[in-house]
Design a binder for this molecule. Structure first.
Ligand code: GLP
Length: 239
């Protein structure tokens, strides 16, 4: 795993944006694996700025990691609507080239359909990942099988609490999500992880230096031959 430690969050974000933009320029028909979460919002702002400067997404295909079970695509907190708001509505990617798992209907059927779509378009050229405070990747919570495929995963209490900030007061955040599995993620040709802030320091340490264990899903990335982790100095504090 290559670790890039930047002075601050802005520099780390810029580094991530530059790498994604360079990958897309080198291979305009890239299959991109995309992530959600607060960390990624400025990354997508950077990509939109790069698009204004000429970067095209027209030939790319994108696959998001996960979606909340029970949220229709139009719900403001669904990851589909997050992606529309933060990226897709602002760049030249055709809607039929953007894949997000379905949070509606039978989660097993949605998962199987997603794996089939990945098989049809894949492999992913570049998977972008954030890191949960507990070391989760996508919504693969601690205890996830390292060989897991896309499936429904129950969210831990801490994850639901961390993500409650995005939901309206009184609204109950979803209890589960359909997420690409760890095995699915590891099939990407190349993986870029971005983790920022002191709150991620323990998860970064476990991912980079810890034993490979289902209790820190990020640690599975140690088994992948092409992973770059970009962190700011606060997130690198425990390394
Ligand atoms: C969610 C997403 C993850 C993301 C994590 C971190 O749980 N499913 O893909 O990495 O949040 O989010 P944040 O960047 O808001 O800390």
């Amino acid at each position: 795993m290559r670790i890039v430690i930047c002075d601050d969050a802005a520099a780390a974000t810029r580094t991530a944006v530059d790498r994604i933009a360079a990958a897309l320029r080198a291979r305009p028909a890239s299959v991109l694996g995309l992530a959600t979460g607060g960390t990624m919002e400025p990354v997508y702002e950077g990509l939109i700025a790069a698009h204004r400067d000429g970067l095209s997404f027209a030939q790319a295909v994108s696959f998001n990691l996960d979606e909340y079970v029970g949220l229709p695509p139009g719900h403001p907190q669904s990851y589909r609507s997050y992606m529309q708001r933060h990226l897709f509505d602002h760049v030249d990617i055709a809607p039929e080239r953007t894949f997000v798992p379905s949070g509606e209907g039978d989660p097993q059927a949605a998962s199987d359909a997603y794996e089939a779509a990945l098989r049809a378009h894949g492999p992913l050229d570049l998977q972008l990942l954030g890191l949960g405070h507990n070391g989760h990747i996508g919504f693969n919570e601690p205890g996830s099988s390292l060989a897991s495929r896309t499936r429904e995963k129950l969210l831990t209490r801490t994850t639901r609490e961390a993500n409650a900030r995005f939901f309206k007061e009184g609204e109950t955040p979803p209890r589960s999500a359909v997420t690409m599995g760890i095995g699915t993620i590891l099939e990407a040709r190349s993986i870029l992880v971005l983790a920022l802030g002191a709150g991620k320091a323990a998860a970064v340490q476990g991912t980079v230096e810890g034993p490979v264990t289902a209790m820190c899903p990020g640690s599975a990335l140690q088994m992948h031959p092409d992973v770059t982790m970009i962190v700011d100095s606060a997130a690198a504090a425990d390394l």
